[in-house]
Design a binder for this molecule. Structure first.
Ligand code: CS2
Length: 496
């Protein structure tokens, strides 16, 4: 069936869906909005919105107002189909389809920022969740501090009533809640930052102090910023997914999301307002999220980035291909077992060995074409929590960092903007111009390239570029990658 002629997904179409397609177990028209979500991308729709969809079957207060921060494209198709969309979970055994009804409103933030602030300050809204990606926090990844020179932060401090940044939006909404007596707020960061709640609380505190002491004090008393660990692999949706979903549903869905069946959400028990009973539907509420978070960021995301950079350079378009390459597969397994696991504390009830084995199987899921170029994006914002923190811990103990530094060298090779055949790489990163200038200045001198990249403080801080073991190992690996390519480098590397 062609999807173009079919009827579109809507409230009216729900009753006619095939019986094997799960649909909302509540009346979406009657659901209230208790959550505003900033960053309405595929990850949110395949993760937190699914928990909200489960919760809504018991408690109608927790529908979501989904906010697109940068592009109307994220919301237009959803708005046209009553906020409904399909979640397709895929693994080698097959797939299951479920229509999610939790997104009850959609907002394009730049269209009317003041209206968004009012929405966030509604007394019936008790939770703000965020997936604005690492760079959306306008902070310095190495130190975790707010970047006061970031253009959006400069703008928001000058025009607090019409914010552009997530931090500016949160502070404006909290200020209005304070003025209106609208009650406290749970601000739940769901991005892959280390200690994400604590970092976001610090960013808001810095911003609020610049505005007024009263606001900063009120936020400290009435807003809670629980840290969270979020996990589900959600590649960007493709046209083939759209066609696949149309086949399954018999109606056209212009905004499906495709993901793996695996899901995990651990939320710190720190709240300042009512919240959904997420734990009834599989989320874990924990006193301390740090062990979960560190485990996931270092093992899953650290391996993901390793596979993305080295895999891309070796010609693999997807993470599944990269993880199935025997050399790269071995590298990530050894990196996890030899260098990452020894830095971790096991979270309660978690067997780290089993966790690593599960990760390898998840990476190899052939049903999910997760692009290496997608995971490779924004490396400047990701390296710290994925690879560099681990390297720092290892260095402090005098332990080997040979695998971790190979992964960092893979990033350097990638960030330099040319692949092994001299073809340009479209490097998507807020610091891409800086990388290009450093690469041009190096004029093919690899040591100079390494030195230039290691000199970026926002990524490597002051310490790593002056740690001889780290500098020598990354430079050595980079020279090998440039001179001999990924395959020969890995052959030698793995022989030892
Ligand atoms: C990935 C993550 O794009 C990336 O950088 O590493 O989005 C990853 O798929 C998720 O964190 C999995 O939970």
């Amino acid at each position: 069936m062609s999807d173009s002629g079919a009827r579109a997904l809507s409230f009216d179409a729900l009753g006619a869906l095939p019986p094997d397609v799960k649909r909302p177990q509540y009346d979406p028209k009657a659901a209230g909005v208790g959550i505003v979500h900033l960053g309405l991308g595929a990850f949110h729709r395949a993760h937190q919105a699914v928990y909200a969809d489960d919760v809504l079957a018991r408690d109608p207060r927790w529908g979501i107002c989904g906010v697109s921060m940068k592009t109307p494209r994220a919301i237009e198709p959803l708005a046209a189909q009553d906020g409904l969309y399909t979640l397709l979970l895929k693994d080698p055994a097959g797939s299951t389809a479920r229509v999610i009804g939790a997104v009850r409103e959609t907002v394009f933030a730049p269209a009317d920022p003041a209206a968004l602030v009012r929405r966030m300050a509604d007394p019936r809204v008790h939770v703000i969740t965020l997936t604005v990606t690492e760079k959306g926090y306008c902070h310095d990844p190495a130190s975790g501090a707010l970047n006061l020179e970031h253009p959006d932060i400069v703008h928001d401090l000058a025009h607090p009533e019409a914010p552009r940044s997530a931090v500016g939006m949160l502070c404006a909404a909290l200020d209005l809640r304070r003025a209106d007596g609208a009650g406290g707020l749970n601000v739940v960061c769901c991005d892959n930052l280390p200690h994400n709640g604590r970092v976001l609380a610090g960013l808001c505190a810095t911003f609020a102090q610049k505005r007024s002491r009263e606001l900063a004090d009120w936020i400290a008393r009435r807003a809670a910023f629980p840290s969270t660990m979020v996990d589900r692999i959600v590649p960007a949706t493709t046209d083939a997914d759209v066609a696949d979903v149309a086949q399954r549903l018999g109606v056209r869905d212009a905004a499906p999301v495709v993901a793996e069946p695996y899901v995990q959400w651990v939320i710190e028990n720190r709240f300042a307002a009512p919240r959904p009973a997420w734990e009834t539907f599989g989320a874990e509420i924990a006193r301390d999220v740090a062990p979960y978070e560190t485990m996931k960021l270092r093992l899953l995301n650290g391996s993901h980035s390793t596979l993305a950079y080295l895999g891309f350079l070796a010609g693999h378009a997807t993470i599944a291909q990269a993880a199935s390459d025997p050399r790269l597969g071995k590298l990530v397994e050894r990196q996890m077992a030899e260098e990452i696991v020894p830095t971790l504390a096991s979270p309660p009830g978690t067997d780290l060995k089993r966790y690593c084995a599960t990760l390898v199987a998840r990476f190899r899921n052939p049903a999910l074409p997760h692009k290496t170029s997608q995971v490779a994006m924004d490396g400047s914002q990701k390296l710290q929590q994925r690879l560099l923190g681990t390297a720092r811990d290892r260095l402090a103990r005098g332990a080997s960092i040979r695998h971790l530094t190979l992964a960092v060298a893979g990033w350097m090779r990638y960030a330099s903007g040319f692949d092994e055949h001299g073809a340009p790489i479209a490097v998507a990163d807020p610091l891409a111009d800086r990388f290009a200038a450093i690469a041009a200045d190096a004029k093919g001198d690899t040591r100079r390239l390494a030195k230039g990249l290691l000199g970026i403080n926002a990524i490597f801080g002051d310490d790593l570029r002056s740690a001889p073991v780290f500098v020598e190992a990354t430079t050595h690996h980079l020279e090998s990658l440039v001179r001999r390519g990924v395959a020969a480098t890995l052959d030698d590397h793995l022989a030892r």
